[in-house]
Design a protein around this ligand. Structure first.
Ligand code: B4P
Length: 195
């Protein structure tokens, strides 16, 4: 089983690259952003609660997203592995994920971190906002999301650095070019796991 975290600030391209990775490795894609948006679309109590935070550019409470991930892990016991996209986003989420995966017997193999500078993130997300219809793709909310990332999410990188699983890559360039860098990082991690 191969468990990979795709990490990076809002707009780094996690969702874009996850789509390609699931085809490459046959992994199960777990995006907390997508899961939350489907709860919102279905008007569930969880979705209504999450929307208040997302519209403000804030992170949704840890207990909500950890519970969602736990349900998905339990529902897919035979998966070849998971790509965690947009999760964990706080150190508390990272600790919870580590514990869940130890229970399942397959810890994280690598965190691949996509590095993209702030002005490029803002430009990409404003551009996506022209067609996405996402209420959090406006300049004011985008800047709050990046601030939230700096305050609460960046420390998650140090958590996996401490476990020697942190693998930074340059997230600037053509989508295919970035994809090849991610593949290289994952293949290195795989050979470490099997070594
Ligand atoms: P997410 O849905 O996770 O999404 P994201 O950060 O907006 O973007 P991503 O990095 O996936 O970018 P994408 O590929 O789309 O989060 C949304 C919200 O949900 C959060 O703000 C938070 O409120 C909540 N949430 C989610 N998970 C949570 C958690 N664990 N805890 C608490 N709250 C949580 O790419 C962006 C754009 O760039 C696209 O238009 C794409 O086409 C373009 N692009 C991609 N790669 C490119 C490249 N190489 N060059 C140029 N453009 C590129």
């Amino acid at each position: 089983m191969l468990n990979i975290i795709l990490f990076g600030p809002p707009g780094a391209g996690k969702g874009t690259q996850s789509e390609k990775l699931i085809h490459q490795y046959g992994l199960h894609h777990l995006s907390t952003g997508d899961l939350l948006r489907s709860e919102i679309a279905a008007n569930t109590p969880l979705g209504l609660e999450a929307k208040k935070f997302m519209d403000e550019g804030q992170l949704v409470p840890d207990s909500v997203v950890i519970g969602m991930i736990e349900n998905k892990l339990d529902a897919n016991p035979n998966a070849a592995g998971f790509i965690f996209d947009g999760f964990p986003r706080t150190v508390a989420q990272a600790i919870a994920l580590d514990e869940l995966l130890i229970k399942h017997g397959h810890p994280i193999a690598a965190m691949v971190a996509m590095e993209v500078p702030h002005p490029e993130l803002v430009a990409r997300l404003i551009n996506r906002g022209l067609t996405s219809g996402r209420s959090d793709d406006t300049e004011e909310v985008i800047n709050k999301r990046i601030q939230e990332y700096e305050n609460k999410t960046r420390p998650v990188a140090h958590h996996y650095e401490g476990q020697h699983k942190y693998s930074p890559i340059n997230g600037i360039g053509e989508i295919e070019e970035v994809f090849n860098r991610i593949i290289e990082a994952i293949n290195n991690a795989k050979s470490n796991v099997t070594a």
